[in-house]
Design a protein around this ligand. Structure first.
Ligand SMILES: O=C(O)[C@@H](CO)OP(=O)(O)O
Length: 206
């Protein structure tokens, strides 16, 4: 057995609550989102997890979630790397629009394709495949080496950047991964083997 990788989607953001396409727009957490981030920290603390390094995106909803978790586990000053490679999928021209208004304008089916197809990008934005093309190499070069050295690594990021990671870790197809809905503030704990295959995966729900 090698190291441990903990993935956490940020807590509820102001725009999750308002039902707006968010992407790279930099919005904060709601009170509920803050509570979810703190609860994620409590779950990890209850398991006795101590991190060696943390990674997060260039967006504050993930950064603040990361910091809340580190505060709860008693590691407020832990080295934390912020990189836009871990940012949410860029929603392009849809960013800032209300998801229901978009359905009225373009139809349910088109909006569903933009939100949950694997390789069709929304206008001016990224498909999940495009997101994976930046997230996965970053993970392989920057994050995974720590895990393979036996360290425990926290990655606080976003619904779609984490989907892209989970797709590769779990060996899922594009069609399968778009059906996976990640809860806000729900830690996913992977134990990796020395050859980087997954030894164990646990989703800390509830
Ligand atoms: O708005 C977004 O950036 C994402 C994540 O909240 O939404 P979706 O559920 O459409 O992937």
């Amino acid at each position: 057995m090698s190291g441990t990788l903990v993935l956490v989607r940020h807590g509820q953001s102001e725009w999750n609550l308002k039902n707006l396409f968010t992407g790279w727009r930099d919005v904060g957490l709601t009170d509920q989102g803050t509570a979810e981030a703190l609860a994620a920290g409590e779950k990890l603390k209850a398991r006795g997890l101590k991190f060696d390094i943390a990674y997060t995106s260039a967006l504050k909803r993930a950064q603040v979630t990361c910091q809340h978790i580190l505060d709860v586990v008693g590691q407020s000053g832990l080295k934390t790397i912020r990189d836009q490679a871990l940012n949410e999928r860029d929603y392009g021209d849809l960013s800032g629009l209300n998801k229901d208004d978009a359905r009225k304008k373009w139809g349910e089916e088109q909006v569903h394709i933009w939100r949950r197809s694997y390789d069709i990008a929304p206008p001016g934005g990224e498909s999940l495949k495009d997101t994976g093309a930046r997230v996965w190499p970053y993970y392989l070069h920057e994050v995974q080496p720590h895990v393979l050295r036996g360290e425990t690594v926290l990655v606080a990021a976003h619904g779609n950047s984490l989907r892209a990671l989970i797709m590769a870790l779990d060996g899922k197809s594009g069609e399968e991964i778009v059906k996976l809905e990640l809860g806000t503030g729900v830690p996913i704990v992977y134990r990796l083997n020395a050859d980087s295959s997954v030894a164990k995966k646990e989703v800390l729900e509830g």
